[in-house]
Design a protein around this ligand. Sequence first.
Ligand SMILES: Cc1cc2nc3c(=O)[nH]c(=O)nc-3n(C[C@H](O)[C@H](O)[C@H](O)COP(=O)(O)O)c2cc1C
Length: 189
Amino acid sequence: MSVLGICGSPRENGSTARLVHEALAGAAGEGAATEYLHLETLNIRPCTGCMGCRETARCVVDDGMTAYYAAIERNRPPLGLVIGTPIYFDHISAQLKAWLDRHYCYSYTAKGERMFPPGYRAALVITYDWDNPSAYDSALEWLAQRLEFYHAIQVIAKIALPNATACAPDCQPDILRQAREAGRLLARG
Ligand SMILES: Cc1cc2nc3c(=O)[nH]c(=O)nc-3n(C[C@H](O)[C@H](O)[C@H](O)COP(=O)(O)O)c2cc1C
């Protein structure tokens, strides 16, 4: 696995999944191996705040995140993540927030070391129904900053799909192109 797609929409065949797959297709076209994780199907529980990870830098909860932790840690050299979410009430989905919170084990150990595997880059995708193309730039920016600041993940693309229900990705070819190009960029390293 070299480029990992993470879909934070509960809908398996929605707009977010379509764009994440499009980015992965771009990466595969450049010869990268790809893997796709649908967070809802993995049934990732929210962080319980148990602080078990403060001692070991490992999350002590064994659920769908275990497969994700293993995937990013065996990815050498790391190429990238494609992270997608629908906008729910002006922000990322609960599924993606649970995934993000479960990175607490990578934030800092008791010694203050940064623990997320180094060298990752990411492309971000949001989808929503409002027809304003910049309506949720703040949500994209918020997510990018969390990844960059806490985990040193370099965000190389921020893609927004407005008007998603009325005009799903297939009738917005420019957005599809952006997703495919982001996948290509991730694969080129
Ligand atoms: C609970 C819920 C909250 C939503 N909130 C917003 C919102 O605040 N702004 C917006 O433009 N669309 C909102 N939407 C619409 C979705 O963001 C949009 O349909 C999205 O593209 C769905 O992605 P999917 O097809 O990948 O599931 C909401 C949808 C749901 C179900």
